[in-house]
Write a protein that binds this ligand. Sequence first.
Ligand code: ARG
Length: 477
Amino acid sequence: MNSDQAPSGAQAAGVPVSQKAWSGRFSEPVDERVKRFTASVFFDKRLAVFDIEGSLAHAAMLAAVGVLGESDLADIRRGMEQIRAEVENGTFEWSVDLEDVHLNIERRLTELVGDAGKRLHTGRSRNDQVATDIRLFLRDAIDRIVALLGDLRRALVDLADAHADVIMPGFTHLQVAQPVTFGHHMMAYYEMATRDTERLLDCRKRVNRLPLGAAALAGTSYPIDRAHVARALGFDGVCENSLDAVSDRDFAIEFTSGAALVMTHLSRLSEELILWMSPRFGFIELPDRFCTGSSIMPQKKNPDVPELVRGKTGRVNGHLVALLTLMKAQPLAYNKDNQEDKEPLFDTVDTLVDTLAIYAEMLRGVRVDAARMREAAAEGFATATDLADYLVKRGMPFREAHEAVARAVREAAARGVDLSGLSLETIRTFVPDAGPEVFEVLTLDGSTASRAHRGGTAPSQVRQAVERARRELAGNA
Ligand code: ARG
């Protein structure tokens, strides 16, 4: 069986009941449908390389404490190298009769090296074995994802840097609120992606603990050396309680929650790219290679990539709920329910890796229409707050200033002009002692430049934020 599909009933004959790893006490073969229902090899064969790694570390430890002979260890190493090669070149024959990745590999090992293969499982259970495999898989996935997030963060910083003083409307309630710089807007997403990275790295600390040694649930009577195995596999330490080690999957839930946040942030950015790219906004262009056309409407250029990212976010959020629900009613210790952790987890990792790999490159191709952005910012009375602040600085209480400016906005709207389009005389009917310098605060550039504190939208601040980010990225690299 080499495909992801369950094999047909014709293959049922496979392994006789007496040869199954756990069939000693069974008097009849497992029902064919039950066999397929309970098997996980269709999807957990993906853990093969980690399973081999874990087994090699376990065997080396058994030999070091004298439970396994040196020649057995050598046989196991030789057999595992061959199995690794078979898995990698696709010639390994996976069998549903052998249930899962662990039993498939163990059976092949025994075929290849005889008794040594049968000794490998000493002091171990599939329960601590699978928990170890998943942690190794997830640790590797986190490292890849963090690297991809680094690339995304770099792309955001580059965009911010290139457009530090491009002015666009900032929105609240999707209504023009105050002018902001495009660089500032991009750096907001940089902050999100940075927290996402921190979250995953923090989760990694709890992923990176060794379950092996917990055996089925209670530990083992062999004189095992768990620290030895932990070191060999690059774990920071061991899981301190055997019941907990084999049963909880909180680390996978935590990861998926971090992944859901990554997707949620990308979904928000995608929503903006989609809006900005629509002709009504016309703020940006996405490169053609990231868009598709319509089979019926020749004029269309659709932002499929951001739309799919927005859509795939639902899928990852769903996996988070699936894993939480999987865990919630399980009594200690291991239950077969946990076999259901893999597909959501694998799909979460794949979705994230695919999304991030394409996203950074798409961002690098964003073309910004600075004139359209400025035009839009100039249309929505975006500097009304600046006028109110001008009045406050001249001694008027803020609430009164708010009221006066609101009347000025109504007047400007009635005349079909922006605030800066009103004459000084008209402005004076609302703000009696306004001087000609009032026009300074009404300009978009004056407005953004004045927000020059740390975290503000001023181009000078964006440049500093870009510099801080570049330092951070250099440190993390
Ligand atoms: N395929 C199983 C899983 O993914 C491996 C552990 C099975 N343990 C057991 N006692 N049936 O969880």
